[in-house]
Design a protein around this ligand. Structure first.
Ligand code: ADP
Ligand code: GLC
Length: 473
């Protein structure tokens, strides 16, 4: 059976800022259940020191431009998956994974070059995988270095490369000097390889160098081939469409199931929904609402606050929603503009809107459970996981019909709107609120959503089939 090694910048439970970590925390274990062997290589960020971790390779050199970067390789096992942690304190022992106080670290290209080269070292010296599966721009240098530097190394040249795009909005684009800093050859700096409007574009390079490219939902795989969602790479992706496919993410129900969720004050399932009312009370108390909010419909948001997520649509309809007598609670952090939007709504309509700025996993679970409906008005959404969690928690999602949101939500389980406009969002929310008032039909809708199965096993089987395909089995 195939042996796959994944490379990524985050994986739950060790380091997480978004859905990428959820995927790396669950997909490898699901592949192991399919009979494959799976490992993950990621940075040893500050504070990562899981039980049983051991040093397996001390002082593995990573050479860039005749400069020797020291890395120590640590190993731990989890659910049948081998995790390798690249220890390079100079690069990873910092306060944030990618940035500090909203500013990206200036040396991110080098930080993730070291990750990629260390992963190739682990592949060559320890793991010997058949497949190297890299995720997002932070691991894009894996196929780039493998094919440009190690094409003649028989151990590495035999390995096939899969590259997964979790978000085309973040391409790893750096000014031209980064090319030399990464030790890459100027002859690769042209439109057909690493160059993109005068800059270095790592994701573009990986799309070209990988044997197969995947993204995280079938609809997003189509959308990224259009100018609207292609972020300038739509032409290239169209050309590569024969080697591009969309595989929908799954959900780790060991983490996200209201029946067993350890973050909830009361558990529940489709047959016994009483616990959900307790969760709602807990959410309202957490956000400081009084008795007046208990009978009102509660709309939940858990999100990175980024342009992608569409919250600029919510801002202009604050007054209208207040008139609908709803409660809205939001948990998130990110770009100052979107933090400000929620802050402004919470200031102007304090009786109806509240926000919790920051990252809080327990509260994310509680909101999924306690809200009556869940809001994701994304401008684009490669897959999206929270709407799938919402189905399981009996919290019908209101989503914009784009990417994975369109693929996972049906009219019978949630609410979709198409046009990217505040009025379309308001229309969808008004319709959802009207449906909520018929509690009997609402409970049927909840139960239908709760019965849907998006477990990882189906997606893992699709990845396993893709690996077989690229290996020519
Ligand atoms: P994205 O990866 O684009 O942020 P996804 O829907 O795929 O979107 O995944 C987001 C993941 O991050 C979910 O597991 C969600 O619960 C979690 N998350 C997002 N923001 C927060 C936050 N502020 N606190 C806790 N968890 C969060
Ligand atoms: C990205 C996308 C999100 C997706 C996640 C995991 O962060 O924005 O839609 O669910 O990756 O694939």
């Amino acid at each position: 059976m195939a042996k796959v090694m994944m490379v990524a910048s985050e994986a739950a439970p060790f380091a997480k800022t978004g859905g990428l970590a959820d995927v790396l925390g669950a997909l490898p274990a699901a592949l192991v259940r399919q009979g494959l062997s799976a490992s993950v290589v990621m940075p040893k960020y500050r504070g990562i020191h899981p039980d049983g971790i051991e040093l397996v390779l001390a002082d593995m050199p990573v050479w860039i431009n005749n400069f020797r970067h020291r890395t120590d390789i640590w190993r731990a096992y989890r659910e049948g998956v081998t995790f390798y942690f690249v220890d390079a304190p100079w690069f990873y022992d910092r306060g944030g994974f990618y940035s500090s106080y909203g500013n990206d670290y200036m040396d991110n290209h080098l930080r993730f070059a070291v990750l990629s080269l260390a992963a190739l070292g682990v592949a060559r010296q320890i793991e010997h995988p058949d497949i190297l599966h890299s995720h997002d721009w932070q691991a894009a240098l894996v196929p780039i270095y493998a094919k440009s530097w190690f094409g003649n190394d028989p151990r590495l040249a035999a390995m096939k490369h899969i590259f997964t795009i979790h978000n085309l909005g973040y391409q790893g684009r750096f000014g031209k000097p980064a090319l030399g800093e990464l030790g890459l050859d100027g002859s690769q700096f042209h439109m057909g390889e690493l160059e993109f409007f005068g800059d270095l574009n790592l994701m573009k390079g990986a799309i070209i160098k990988a044997d197969f490219v995947t993204t995280v939902s079938p609809t997003y795989a189509h959308e990224i081939q259009t100018p609207e969602h292609g972020f300038g790479l739509d032409g290239l992706l169209q050309e590569r469409s024969g080697k591009l496919t969309g595989i929908l993410n799954g959900v780790d129900y060991a983490e996200w199931d209201p029946e067993t969720d350890k973050y909830l004050p009361a558990n529940y399932n489709a047959a016994e929904l009483e616990g959900k009312a307790k969760c709602k009370r807990a959410v309202l108390e957490t956000f400081g609402f009084g008795a007046e909010a208990h009978g009102r419909p509660l709309i939940g948001v858990v999100s990175r606050f980024a342009e992608q997520k569409g919250f600029d649509l919510l801002h202009p309809i604050g007054d209208a929603l207040k008139k609908e007598d709803v409660t809205v609670v939001a948990l998130g952090s990110g770009e100052p503009h979107y933090e400000w939007i929620f802050h402004d709504l919470a200031t102007r309509h304090h009786d109806n809107f509240r926000v919790w700025h920051g990252y809080n996993n327990g509260l994310a679970h509680l909101i999924e459970a306690g809200a009556d409906m869940f809001l994701m008005p994304s401008r684009y959404e490669p897959c999206g996981l929270n709407q799938i969690y919402s189905l399981k928690y009996g919290t019908p999602p209101v989503v914009r019909a784009t990417g994975g949101l369109d693929d996972t939500i049906e009219e019978s389980t949630g609410f979709k709107f198409g046009e990217y406009s505040p009025s379309a969002l308001l229309g969808a929310l008004r319709y959802a609120l009207q449906c909520w008032r018929d509690q009997k039909a609402w409970h049927e809708r909840m139960r239908l959503g709760m019965s849907k199965d998006f477990s990882w096993d189906r997606s893992a089987a699709e990845y396993a089939a893709l690996y077989r395909h690229v290996l020519g089995d």
